[in-house]
Each structure stands twice: as C-alpha cells, then as structure tokens.
Design a protein around this ligand. Structure first.
Ligand SMILES: CCCCCCCCCC(=O)SCCNC(=O)CCNC(=O)[C@H](O)C(C)(C)COP(=O)(O)OP(=O)(O)OC[C@H]1O[C@@H](n2cnc3c(N)ncnc32)[C@H](O)[C@@H]1OP(=O)(O)O
Length: 199
C-alpha cells in the first residue's frame, strides 16, 4: 500500500458515536461487501476495500529534511485535525473498488463546515472532493499531486447531512490521471456537486 494507507496509528475512518444513521447505514452497505475472514482464517475477497485513514504522514515518511523539526512533529492531515469531539468537521470513510476503478466516499459534514447559513462551505466541499479523488488517483497511479480540480456546485449540501461521493477513472495519459467525481444525496436522487480532476 502507498504510505498514507499503511501506517500504524488511530484509524479515523472507523464508525464513532457522532455518525448519524445514514452514515452508519452506508458504511454497513459497503463494509459488508469488503473482504471477510472466516473463523479458520480463510480470506474471501470482497468487491470493496475500506481504506483506513490516519492524521499523520510525516511521522512515517522518510525525507522531509527541509522542514523544521517543529513542523515535522506537528504536521497533521487537514481533514483529520479538529480535536473537538462529536463530528464537528469532516467525518468520512472511503471504500475502493479496484476491479471497477471506482472509489466511494461517505461524508458527514459537521457544524464547523458552515458556508451559506445551514449549508456546507464550498471550500469544504472542494476539500472532500480533493480527498476522495486524490486518494483514488494515488491508488491508481502511485503518489500524485492535484494539478487541476474543476467543480460545478449544483445544489447546496445541508450542514449535518450525509452525502455519497463517487470518483471514477476517465483515462490515464502517460503520468497523468484524469478522474470524474459526483457528490449526491445518499439515495442518489439529488446531485449536489460534479467535478473533474487532473492528477
Ligand atoms: C493521506 C491520504 C491522501 C489524501 C489525499 C489528499 C489529496 C490532496 C492532493 C492535493 O491537494 S495536492 C496539493 C495541491 N496541488 C498542488 O499543490 C500542486 C502544485 N503544482 C505542482 O506541483 C505542479 O504544477 C504539478 C506537479 C501539478 C505539475 O508539475 P510538472 O512539472 O509535472 O508539470 P509540467 O509542466 O512538466 O507538465 C506536465 C504535464 O501536466 C500538464 N499540467 C501541468 N499543470 C497542469 C494544470 N495545472 N492543469 C492541467 N494540466 C497541467 C502539462 O500541460 C503537461 O502536459 P503534457 O505532458 O501533455 O504536455
């Protein structure tokens, strides 16, 4: 696994008490289709794989010598660094479907992510899209940087609500990876956001 998915630390993508019922339901939906291990230790491959999520990369990364010791010790992943309990900011879990080259995020937007009254800030939506597509591009192509993210905001996301985010591979050209992403209501009936990303 690429480094950010293999370190040993608290896994933030496991269910916690702040998750609402929709978040838990969708988690169960995908988690039940992940690899299972029988009592005799035999593994049965699943369609989906849950991606663990940690808040520190530098601790485990080699290099980074150009950064000060203070930065190296204090650096935290933006989406996992809010100490306030109770699902205040980004609650999310990602599942990857290697065979179909799709990656899904389930995202519950906490009260600190407000933009327009009662709705999620556009920058927070961009952040979670970058997270899902950036992670997906990393799984498909190894370490990448986001070169371009193009976002169309179609309908507001209610604060406290849960949405379904899906990233799919459009094409690869040499070292470039092109993805599309859709953010919808959990039943898929309402389109909130559409995006394309070049990595
Ligand atoms: C822990 C789990 C992980 C969580 C996931 C989080 C994911 C978050 C990902 C990020 O947010 S990364 C941070 C935001 N991104 C950056 O800061 C990137 C800053 N930009 C760069 O570092 C460089 O501009 C970049 C690496 C994107 C490109 O530099 P290169 O030196 O490789 O570009 P070059 O000029 O050689 O161009 C290579 C190709 O890319 C194309 N290209 C470059 N910049 C582009 C651009 N901005 N948009 C579209 N295409 C671009 C360029 O046209 C060219 O196409 P061709 O090969 O077809 O000629």
């Amino acid at each position: 696994l690429p480094l950010p998915f293999s370190s040993k630390s608290r896994d933030f993508s496991l269910p916690n008490s702040s998750w609402n019922s929709e978040m838990k339901r969708l988690y169960e939906h995908y988690n039940s289709q992940c690899e299972v291990e029988s009592e005799d230790g035999e593994k049965q491959k699943g369609l989906w794989r849950r991606l663990p999520s940690y808040n520190r990369s530098l601790k485990y990364a080699t290099g980074g010598v150009y950064l000060s010791k203070l930065i190296q010790s204090k650096a935290r992943l933006f989406t996992r660094n809010i100490k306030e309990q109770g699902g205040a900011a980004f609650e999310y879990v990602l599942f990857n479907n290697e065979e179909e080259q799709r990656c899904v995020g389930i995202f519950q937007a906490g009260h600190l992510l407000e933009g327009p009254p009662g709705n999620v800030h556009g920058g927070a939506i961009a952040t979670i899209i970058d997270t899902v597509t950036g992670t997906h591009a990393t799984l498909l192509s190894g370490t990448v940087m986001t070169a371009n993210l193009n976002i169309n905001y179609r309908s507001p996301i209610p604060l406290g609500g849960t949405v379904h985010i899906e990233s799919s591979l459009d094409r690869k050209e040499g070292r470039k990876t092109f993805l599309s992403c859709r953010v919808t209501s959990t039943d898929g009936s309402k389109l909130h956001t559409e995006a394309t990303g070049d990595f």
